[in-house]
Design a protein around this ligand. Structure first.
Ligand code: NI
Length: 170
């Protein structure tokens, strides 16, 4: 198990499209374990492999409840096959330093994916769970939540980030 380094915007790797997973081996399971560990260490509620520099279509999503305790699921090759309704709510991202903004997402989605053994799965996700999955699938396609914002808001964030990075260097 290892905590991996999370890449942050504007790292170009975050803009690359991840490729479909075809090998369901020990390495993939280890990757999922590392991603879960990295997500909780951050701490976050979802993580896509791109964010740790691995261009494979796998995401982990926190599904902890008071009953289950800390628990996450791994979705391999996830696809949002249907979406309905829309909800605007605040989002942040471990790869976008010091920023949150309102983003409009489907309220309810149908997801098809595979588990770590390659078995197909299909389920309906709603509200917060649906939001996280939409955010993470965006990562796999090289998209960040700030891409959903107006260009004005995005350029304001870029200016702010520049200041943050300059302050960190000083
Ligand atoms: Ni993110």
């Amino acid at each position: 198990m290892a905590i991996r380094t999370i890449l942050t915007f504007p790292d170009p790797i975050l803009r690359q499209k991840a490729v479909k997973v075809t090998r369901f081996d020990e390495e993939l399971k280890q990757l999922a374990v590392d991603m879960g560990e990295t997500m909780y260490d951050a701490p976050g509620i979802g993580l896509a492999a791109n964010q740790i520099g691995v261009l494979l279509r796998i995401v982990v999503v926190d599904v902890s409840t008071p009953e289950t305790g800390k628990r996450f699921i791994s979705l391999v090759n996830p696809v949002i096959s249907e979406g309905e309704g829309s909800v605007t709510d605040e989002e942040g991202c471990l790869s976008v330093i010091d920023y949150t903004s309102n983003v409009k997402r489907f309220k309810k989605i149908k997801v098809t994916a595979q588990d770590l053994e390659g078995n197909p799965m299909e389920f309906i996700a709603e509200d917060r769970f649906a939001r996280i999955i939409q955010h993470e699938v965006d990562h796999l396609d090289g998209r960040l939540f700030i891409d959903h914002l107006s260009s004005l808001k995005r350029s304001l964030y870029k200016k702010r980030l520049k200041k943050i990075l300059q302050a960190a260097e000083a």
